[in-house]
Structures are given as structure tokens and as C-alpha cells.
Design a protein around this ligand. Structure first.
Ligand SMILES: Nc1ncnc2c1ncn2[C@@H]1O[C@H](COP(=O)(O)OP(=O)(O)OP(=O)(O)O)[C@@H](O)[C@H]1O
Ligand SMILES: N[C@@H](CCO)C(=O)O
Length: 291
């Protein structure tokens, strides 16, 4: 038997659509695997009632198949599904690492990224790696075609999760297919600023670098109360605010001492819009861990 803790992640960070990702210190899924002749899945924990146990439909089934590693897989969800906090990626990355250890396959974490991404394809239709890469490798990750670059960084974050569910598949339908050159230039500037901020562990640069006009405006319209929450977080000291992944979570960067007040302001911002929410006071953390 092998057990892995696999972290929540936040993809995009505004300016890095389908490219940037960070591992979050919390919340996390716990995955336990035991060798078996065929794959079976059991899901407990947050939102487990919405997660299929059929190996054809659960992300970990695709991972077990990609690694040719049948197992009984128990998933204890700490990351709510359809949250924008890489719920499916936490399970997929955790299963990839656990099965690799169980069957002594000897793959490196980087080599496991494509196998974990097969799980993402099951739920969103595309094997994008911007959540599974940070869930496996930790830190800030930049995914470009089949190459992933990682940076260790120390940035405080608040992830505020409202009681709204948005599937990645639906949120991808609102992404514009064309862009204005001025907005593209603005986004490249933001992305570069954010990357430098991560390298320097500088919350001001990271926060400013989240700003972009290509995807976030369309995505934020799916989140009731987004503008309220954004303004409240900035007023409470956040250095930048954006949609986490495909939403509905909202992500804020801040100084460590401001985390508590930013979290409270974001929950109040959703409350003013009539939406219940909870906030995770977190930071950029490490990748999945085998116990
Ligand atoms: N092991 C799993 N954990 C979570 N969701 C799963 C799992 N297996 C299948 N799913 C399905 O995947 C969907 C959730 O994935 P989705 O990518 O939409 O959300 P997310 O991972 O929280 O978001 P994001 O990728 O934007 O951070 C739900 O429909 C859920 O039933
Ligand atoms: N980059 C992906 C992350 C969500 O899984 C998106 O925003 O659609």
C-alpha cells in the first residue's frame, strides 16, 4: 500500500492562461493505492457525492491505465471538485506518484506529468498540464508545449471558494478565440512581471502581474460577486486578484501579515452578493508527498 498527499493548485494566475500554475500549501487530497488485478475506486471527503467511482470517469482511472498499474484506489478529497483549485489534478497527480511508487516504475516527477494529464483529459477534454505540473513538482510552474520549468518561491496567497460550481469544460467555452494586439501586449507584460515576481518572491510584482484582459473578463462574469470580492481584497491589502483556474475560486496575492484580513474581506465580499464562501489562507507550497 502507498499513500500520497497531493496539493490543491491554482492555474493561470491571470496572465498565464494554460501556462502558469502554483502548488498551494493547503487544501489537499489523500490518495491510497493497493495492487489489484483491475482498477477499482472509492471516493470520500469534500464533494465526494459529485465524483464518479467508475474508472472510465474518474481521473485516477485514466492515470492507472496510462501507467499500466491496476489498483484499488482510495481518494479522500480535501479539494472540492469544480472549485478552480485543481481538484481533479490533485487526484490525478497523487495517483500518478502513488502508483509509480507502488509498482516501482522509477519515473521522475517530470516524467509523471503526461500520465497525470491523461486524467485531466477525462474531465475537461484536454490534457492540459498547468494544474498537474505544480501538483507533482511544487512551487511556481511554467508549462510550454512539452516542457515545464519550475521556480521555488515564497508568496502568500488567499484562495476564496464560493458555494458555486463551475466545470472547467464549461469555463473553456467562454474563452475568446480572437484577441486584440494591444491586449496581447498588455498580457505579455503582465506575465513577464509575474514571473520575475515569483523568482524574487515579491508579492507586489506577482500581484501586478496577475492583471490581464483576454480571459479573466469573460470568466469572471460566471462568478456571482466577483467584482465585489476583488475590490474588497484590494482594499484589505491584496497586491493582485484574479480568477483561480477556471473558477469559481478567486485568488489573491498579498504580504503574509495581510492574509487574515484579505481572507475575511473576500468572504464578506461574496456574502454581500448573497454567496456563501470559505477562504484558505495559504502560500505557494511543495508538490505531492509520498508517506
Ligand atoms: N478524482 C477526482 N477528483 C475531482 N473531480 C473529479 C475526479 N474524477 C473525476 N472528477 C470530475 O471532474 C470534475 C471536476 O474537475 P474540474 O477540472 O472541472 O474542476 P477543478 O479540478 O476543481 O478545477 P480547475 O482545474 O479549474 O482548478 C467534476 O465533474 C468531477 O466529478
Ligand atoms: N488552464 C485551465 C485550468 C483549469 O483546469 C483553464 O483555465 O481552463
Amino acid at each position: 500500500m502507498r499513500t500520497v498527499r497531493a496539493p490543491a493548485t491554482s492555474a493561470n494566475l491571470g496572465s498565464g492562461f494554460d501556462v502558469f500554475g502554483v502548488a498551494l500549501d493547503r487544501p489537499a487530497d489523500v490518495i491510497r493505492v493497493e495492487k489489484a488485478s483491475r482498477t477499482t475506486i472509492e471516493v470520500t471527503g469534500v464533494g465526494s457525492q459529485y465524483i464518479p467511482e467508475d474508472p472510465e470517469k474518474n481521473v485516477v482511472g485514466a492515470v492507472a491505465e496510462a501507467l499500466d498499474a491496476p489498483a484499488h484506489i482510495q481518494i479522500d478529497k480535501g479539494v472540492r471538485p469544480s472549485s478552480g483549485l485543481g481538484s481533479s489534478a490533485a487526484s490525478a497527480a497523487g495517483a500518478a506518484l502513488a502508483l509509480n511508487a507502488l509498482y516501482d516504475r522509477g519515473y521522475s516527477r517530470s516524467e509523471l506529468v503526461p500520465a497525470a494529464a491523461e486524467g485531466e483529459a477525462v474531465v475537461s477534454g484536454e490534457a492540459h498540464v498547468d494544474n498537474v505540473a505544480p501538483a507533482l513538482l511544487g512551487g511556481f510552474t511554467v508549462a510550454r508545449e512539452d516542457e515545464v520549468t519550475t521556480v521555488d518561491t515564497d508568496i502568500s496567497l488567499v484562495a476564496c471558494l464560493p458555494e458555486i460550481a463551475i466545470s472547467t469544460r464549461d469555463a473553456r467555452r467562454v474563452v475568446p478565440t480572437r484577441a486584440d494586439m494591444e491586449d496581447v501586449v498588455h498580457t505579455v507584460g503582465s506575465a513577464a512581471t509575474l514571473a520575475v515576481g515569483m523568482c524574487r518572491s515579491d508579492p507586489e510584482l506577482v500581484g501586478r502581474g496577475m492583471d490581464e484582459r483576454l480571459v479573466t473578463p469573460a470568466r469572471s462574469e460566471l462568478i456571482t460577486g466577483y467584482e465585489n470580492v476583488r475590490t474588497a481584497a484590494l482594499d484589505a491589502g491584496a497586491t493582485g486578484v484574479t480568477v483561480s483556474g477556471a473558477g469559481p475560486s478567486v485568488l489573491a496575492a498579498c504580504y503574509p501579515d495581510d492574509r487574515r484580513q484579505v481572507a475575511a474581506a473576500m468572504v464578506d465580499g461574496f456574502d454581500d452578493a448573497g454567496v456563501e464562501a470559505r477562504a484558505y489562507q495559504t502560500r505557494v507550497g511543495g508538490g505531492a508527498v509520498v508517506f
